[in-house]
Design a protein around this ligand. Structure first.
Ligand code: PLP
Length: 466
């Protein structure tokens, strides 16, 4: 083999080797593989972990790595499903930018990717108590109201700091479900939807699944420009804007206070809705948050989406949509048709968590932790990778959005980072159309601690401009 240190090449070599061996045969040791194929131990560890996860190898600590027995499923008779392709033709779900993510964690790799808190930042003990209190309630397994538990709807209504009540809130299974519901409720297939560029890939995937066309609006340091927005509404005839005005993913940008009112006025003049993704309300690094678009809205223009997965944990799949008027009725109806209501124990657990005194303590600690991690990662990049230029966010969120040198290829940088044992994300998938230059997104919340963040930058430093 070429001995080029590539995990992909080593993986295919090991797969070839496995094909020549019997189940249960022992693989060469890590040291032998390192010497024979001129790759680093990190690469070997990563490839072995990947092949173990795929059921090709089995690792027994202390004795070595062995060829796995073929899984029962592979031996079972598989039906001939070719006919399905014809029946389903033209109705595929376009995963779009979600296709790349999420990846399985590879042991030894430092993850700076993904949009959730590392376990070390999650309120695990408060979650455990909330879950067990919720499960002990005698009505825990009863039906829940279609809109959600009233007390939980109240919590979300209050958290908006806007003039809304619990009747305006619909409980969802997280933010992604809320976005998909909102896009389907507002848009008809073929409609144009204005989006910030770059933006959250999950929103692009939800738009594509609803057969809506994403039209990019450039994002400046103060957010989108109301004049650009006015022109885009006029040019496309769109009646929907999707945006993240507060600690935008991936850039961390905040739509300035002075532009918020203007954006609302422009949307109202176009008789357009705004889906405001307020995913980062609790992810401010200094405690300050600007009033949401919903807080300024007097026409029912804003449909706000929010979720507990970001400040708590990815599997606390509870979020909310706040909407007023016929769109709210449509959303309530679609909840009933889709799945009646959100699982009651999950709602009870979310309620227990958010009403416990530990919740405020957790949010405070989280702010400090995110601020420290943001600083540590920025400082380390400045010192060891000065050619990578973080775009200045506005003191919130989970990410550094980093501009690479002009000729860098983000896909190649991500591949090389992976070889060095660091998982990062290419910026390309955040753009609805052509990318505005080469970028990567680094999540400072995904790593275990500050030592891991510094170690990650040490590993990335040799990559430089690619
Ligand atoms: C901007 C934004 N909105 C919404 C979501 C959806 O989050 P969830 O469905 O986990 O609540 C995400 C998750 O990455 C996000 O980054």
């Amino acid at each position: 083999m070429a001995g080029d240190g590539s995990a992909a090449t080593l993986e295919s070599t090991l797969r070839d080797l496995v094909r020549t061996l019997e189940p249960g045969a022992r693989l060469p040791s890590v040291r032998e593989i390192v010497e024979r194929h001129q790759v680093s131990p990190v690469t070997v560890g990563k490839v072995v972990a990947r092949l173990s996860a795929a059921g090709v190898l089995v690792t027994r600590p202390g004795s070595g790595t062995f060829v796995a027995a073929p899984p029962a499923r592979a031996r079972a008779r598989r039906p001939d499903t070719a006919w399905q392709s014809l029946v389903l033709a033209g109705r595929s779900v376009d995963l779009g930018a979600l296709r790349e993510a999420p990846r399985d964690p590879v042991p030894g790799t430092i993850s700076l990717s993904g949009g959730y808190l590392h376990r070390s930042l999650q309120p695990l003990s408060a979650l455990a108590s909330a879950m067990s209190r919720a499960a002990r309630r005698p009505d825990a397994w009863d039906r829940a109201p279609a809109g959600g538990l009233p007390a939980l709807r109240s919590y979300f209504a209050e958290a908006t700091a806007a003039d809304v009540g619990l009747d305006d809130v619909l409980i969802t299974t997280g933010g992604q479900n809320a976005l998909a519901m909102a896009f389907r409720a507002i848009g008809a297939p073929g409609d144009a939807v204005l989006v910030e560029s770059p933006t959250y890939p999950g929103a692009l995937a939800a738009l594509a699944a609803a057969r809506l066309r994403a039209i990019p609006i450039p994002l400046g340091p103060d957010g989108i420009d109301p004049d650009d927005l006015r022109q885009a509404f006029a040019r496309t005839g769109s009646q929907l804007l999707y945006c993240q005005p507060t600690f935008h993913n991936p850039t961390g940008i905040v739509l300035s206070e002075s532009r918020r009112q203007a954006v609302l006025e422009v949307a109202h003049a176009a008789r357009a809705f705004i889906v405001e993704d307020d995913y980062a309300r609790h992810l401010s690094h200094d405690g300050g948050t600007t009033r949401s678009l919903l807080g300024h809205d007097v026409h029912g223009t804003v449909v706000q989406v929010t979720s507990l997965t970001k400040p708590a944990a990815p599997s606390l799949r509870v979020g909310a949509i706040v909407a007023r008027g016929p769109v709210a009725e449509r959303l309530q109806a679609s909840r009933r048709v889709d799945d009646f209501f959100v699982s009651r124990p999950m709602q009870e657990a979310a309620l227990e968590l958010t009403s416990s005194p530990r919740w405020a303590g957790h949010l405070n600690g989280l702010k400090r932790a995110l601020r420290d991690r943001h600083r540590i990662l920025s400082d380390a990049l400045r010192a060891r990778l000065p050619e990578w230029e973080p775009v200045a966010g506005k003191g919130g969120g989970l990410y550094l959005w980093v501009r690479l040198p002009p000729n860098a290829d983000p896909a190649e940088i991500v591949r090389r980072a992976s070889e060095q044992g660091v998982d990062i994300e290419s910026g390309q998938r955040f753009f609805p159309a052509e990318a505005d230059g080469p970028f990567v997104r680094l999540s400072f919340a995904a790593a275990a601690d500050s030592v891991a963040l510094e170690e990650a930058v040490d590993r990335l430093a040799p990559i430089g401009a690619g």
